[in-house]
Design a protein around this ligand. Structure first.
Ligand code: SF4
Length: 397
């Protein structure tokens, strides 16, 4: 148990509280009653929701605004100086994301500052025990606030199995340095995905003081953006982000032991994921478990006329392709000849490609004189569409 985290109750066991059934705002306030928030009196508290993409409330992409609203109110009532901050994924503007998620409106109503954490210069830190990464560029606010609260939305994730409170801290990495975690080389002597090892490395130096996991509407299947929303109606709160994640995993019908970065982080002593070692209340919390569909292993089943030729790409390009297919895949053939299979190539490992392949991302740039090519690192889904049909959106039906 972490001695410098005032939100742990004095007990030998980690505590996690789950609330359900009262709506996002009420559930959050109720769960926070279990936390000694008075420790935040006079302190600066940074709320870090998942507002890294353009997601509307109820879509399961970003944190529900009422959860953030309740966290602002609870910390304010405890006498804290509260702000909400985010550094979104590449290509998304922070303030636009805050507006789209509805978080900006809630913050404005409360006169609570919202911070674009990409504006100021970064702070570089060492990761002394880093196995995949030895240095990180962090948003400077992370070093300046007394306490950080991770407020993710409960989602399945195609590259990391789930994304919850531990992984949400990746949004504290400065600007494009987030993408670099998706481009790491294999780790010698390890079969683990470098991205998973890097998230565990990140947790060695940056863990939130409090986790508030928004399970109001999560995302199953092709998370973090392309899956269907999943209604759960739960909030999970704990001072141990690993324990909160472990309980959230169970609520989603999976297990933290099967999530490599959580397993590795727990083995390295960054938190507790063994459910038997956690005090979870109320006793009937498992009544609220809802099975989330896992991310599909094979996209060609979903899009039979499309083949994605992936040779040594990183997950950023894979995400772009998934977003592209999710957004446009079902209607592409309204614009293109249906009998022809569509080939896309991503990754730097290709030596030859079918004649009409569309090469996506700078790693395929060596084919730009012989094939259609969409530059970018990562590339942008709408640019792929533009290359195919000459415009960046489909006509509305
Ligand atoms: S072009 Fe794509 S695969 Fe290559 S490094 Fe960039 S994002 Fe990764």
């Amino acid at each position: 148990m972490e001695k410098d985290n005032p939100f742990f109750r004095t007990s030998n066991r980690i505590q996690v509280v789950v609330t359900h059934g009262g709506g996002a705002y009420h559930n959050t306030l109720k769960a926070l009653e279990s936390i000694p928030l008075e420790a935040a009196r006079g302190k600066r508290v940074l709320l870090k929701p998942n507002a890294g993409r353009l997601g509307k409330p109820g879509e399961g992409v970003t944190t529900h605004p009422e959860v953030v609203a309740a966290a602002i109110d609870a910390f304010r009532s405890a006498g804290a100086d509260v702000a909400v901050g985010e550094s979104p994924i590449t290509g998304v503007k922070t303030m636009e994301a805050f507006e789209t998620t509805g978080i900006a409106e809630q913050a404005r109503k409360r006169n609570c500052p919202i911070i674009d954490m990409d504006v100021r210069p970064c702070v570089e830190i060492d990761i002394p025990d880093g196995r995949a990464i030895q240095k990180l560029k962090l948003c400077s606010e992370v070093m300046e606030f007394d306490y950080i609260v991770s407020i993710p939305v409960m989602k399945m994730h195609m590259h990391t199995d789930v994304t919850l409170a531990v992984k949400n801290m990746k949004g504290c990495l400065w600007r494009r340095s987030k993408v670099q975690l998706h481009m790491l080389p294999p780790i010698e002597g390890s079969d683990e995905k470098p991205l998973n090892v890097a998230i565990a490395d990140l947790a060695s130096v940056l863990r939130p003081h409090l986790a508030i996991i928004d399970g109001t509407v999560g995302m199953e299947g092709l998370g973090p953006t392309a899956g269907p929303p999943k209604v759960l109606g739960c909030i999970v709160v704990s001072a141990d982000a690993f324990s909160a994640d472990a309980v959230a995993c169970r609520l989603m019908g999976t297990s933290a032991e099967d999530v490599p970065y959580l397993r590795m982080g727990a083995e390295r002593g960054f938190g507790v994921i063994d459910i038997e070692k956690i005090d979870i209340s109320p006793d009937n919390w498992q009544d609220w478990c809802v099975e989330f569909a896992r991310p599909p292993q094979n996209l060609t089943i979903e899009y039979p006329n499309v083949a994605v030729l992936d040779n040594n790409s990183c997950s950023a390009c894979q995400s772009t392709m998934l977003m592209f297919l999710k957004e446009f895949g079902n209607r592409l053939f309204d614009y293109l000849p249906e009998e022809e299979k569509l080939y896309f190539a991503i990754g730097k490992g290709h030596t030859e490609l079918p004649e009409k392949t569309l090469c996506v991302g700078n790693c395929t740039g060596k084919f730009k004189n012989t094939h259609m090519f969409v530059p970018g690192c990562p590339p942008v889904a709408s640019e792929i569409l533009k290359k195919l049909i000459g415009k960046t959106s489909l006509d509305s039906k």
